[in-house]
Design a protein around this ligand. Structure first.
Ligand code: GLN
Length: 449
């Protein structure tokens, strides 16, 4: 995309102005003609949306920011894209991300980094940094992201925007390039909680093509976001969450925000989630295990840009050359980790133990939600860090997800709203609710933002 109009952010991998303008013109014509068709228009018709590049779209490339899929055009639309087209939201383009959604800074894209609009020397977060940066820089009113361990919420926190990971199964994964299927969830990135609610209303709901799609009728999220009364709302603060590695400014801002919520009528309740911090380690076994399995399909035969060694080669040599050239270092790291964790003899020790921790995290949440309506944490331990600060230290990068991962392991919804600024940079407040209570998050979130 054009660097000048992008203000140096580089949020997009692909822009499709022609298609977006054509849809907008169609909506204008329907409105101008009036009558039943105009009446039937979705309230958001004509409001453009940006789409993370791991969500497949007819007519625009889908690459997941990987050389493996460079130039690939999907023959079908993701379920969420079908919904967006039916409501006539013009699709502005595809946003940058960490390759295959693996990362927390958008520095692992095969096609260059995205910068944080608040400070171009800092990361926008990841993996959905492009969607969050596009929204923050007013390059789109809202966008779609995917969240496996925090990839909608952490970029929201880093860019002063709103990001929602819906309940697992609330939004169809049909047509979403799989990272870790038991954790992946599509959701909205927006500038306000109401905008996020409106976008989830469009994309959510049952889809029989995703076997984990919930059968539920969607609640009215927009109405929920209009109900901002905090009186008597029980907000849980996790007393035994470790804040080691948390920025002092984030801790102070969080404490001040908790006091403000109390002042606004919320009841602050200390709860215990003893396995909250262990979720990170469990995630970094479960996620690569599932990812290594999902990414096995990129063999240059069924999927992916085939690379044939010079002078030809056996099928194994073609597959090896394809995967060597097609995947970046972070993707390879996770394939190796996952393959190891799943290998015979290690399965019980690693994957099996991690699944047990996952159950404990779920039980912690269930017990906490007996006492409170929502949980509140900082979304990330620090504000946006400088470009390059963590690219050579994968463990440091992984630790950014410490507060967002538990919601993915438990399948519950998590919402990041702007919490204010720390040293002139935005920081995020995360709200977590029980499964299927997405509407409650929109309601409390709108009161908190
Ligand atoms: N930062 C996390 C990771 O690297 C989250 C990724 C995501 O949610 N897609 O795995």
């Amino acid at each position: 995309s054009d660097a000048a109009s992008d203000r140096g952010v580089r949020a997009y991998l692909h822009v499709n102005t022609d298609e977006a303008l054509a849809v907008a013109a169609e909506v204008d014509a329907i409105r101008a003609a009036g009558g039943a068709e105009a009446e039937a228009l979705h309230p958001l018709a004509g409001v453009p949306v940006a789409v993370k590049d791991n969500i497949v779209t007819v007519g625009q490339p889908t690459t997941a920011a990987s050389t493996m899929l460079d130039g690939w055009m999907s023959p079908y639309d993701a379920h969420v894209i079908e919904r967006i087209r039916a409501a006539k939201l013009p699709i502005l383009g595809k946003t940058n991300m960490d390759e295959f959604a693996m990362g927390g800074s958008t520095e692992h894209s095969a096609f260059g980094i995205t910068r944080n609009p608040w400070d171009l020397d800092r990361v926008p977060g990841g993996s959905g940094g492009g969607s969050a940066a596009a929204v923050a820089a007013f390059l789109a009113p809202f966008a779609l992201g995917s969240d496996t361990g925090g990839s909608i919420r952490e970029p929201a926190a880093f860019t002063g925007t709103v990001g929602m990971k819906p309940t697992y199964g609330a939004v169809s994964r049909y047509g979403v390039i799989a990272m870790a299927s038991s954790l992946d969830q599509v959701g909205p990135a927006a500038r306000t909680v109401t905008d996020a609610a409106a976008l989830q209303q469009v994309i959510g709901g049952h889809d029989r093509r995703d076997s984990t799609s919930l059968p539920d009728e969607q609640a009215d999220f927009v109405a929920a976001a209009a109900n901002r009364d905090l009186t008597g709302v029980k907000v849980g603060v996790i007393a035994d969450q470790s804040t080691e590695g948390f920025d002092a400014g984030v801790k102070a801002a969080f404490d001040a925000d908790v006091q403000a919520l109390r002042g606004a009528g919320a009841e602050i309740v200390e709860v215990s989630c003893p396995h909250f911090d262990a979720a990170l380690a469990a995630y970094y076994l479960i996620m690569p295990s599932e990812a290594s399995s999902n990414l096995a399909r990129y063999d240059g035969v069924r999927y992916g840009n085939r690379v044939v060694p010079e002078g030809g080669g056996t099928i194994e040599q073609v597959m090896a050359a394809t995967r060597e050239a097609g995947f970046g270092p972070e993707v390879k790291r996770r394939i190796i980790l996952g393959t190891y964790a799943l290998s015979a003899g290690y399965y019980d020790a690693y994957y099996g133990s991690a699944q047990k921790v996952r159950t404990l995290v779920q039980e912690d949440f269930a017990a906490a939600f007996e006492k409170v309506d929502v949980l509140l944490t900082p979304t990330a331990p620090t504000p946006a860090f400088e470009l390059g600060a963590q690219t050579t230290d994968p463990m440091a990068m992984y630790l950014n997800d410490i507060a967002t991962i538990p919601a993915n392991l438990a399948g519950v919804p998590g919402l990041s709203v702007p919490g204010g600024t720390v040293d002139g940079l935005p920081y995020g407040l995360q709200l977590v609710a029980p499964a299927r209570e997405d509407a409650r998050l929109y309601s409390v979130g709108a009161a908190v933002e």
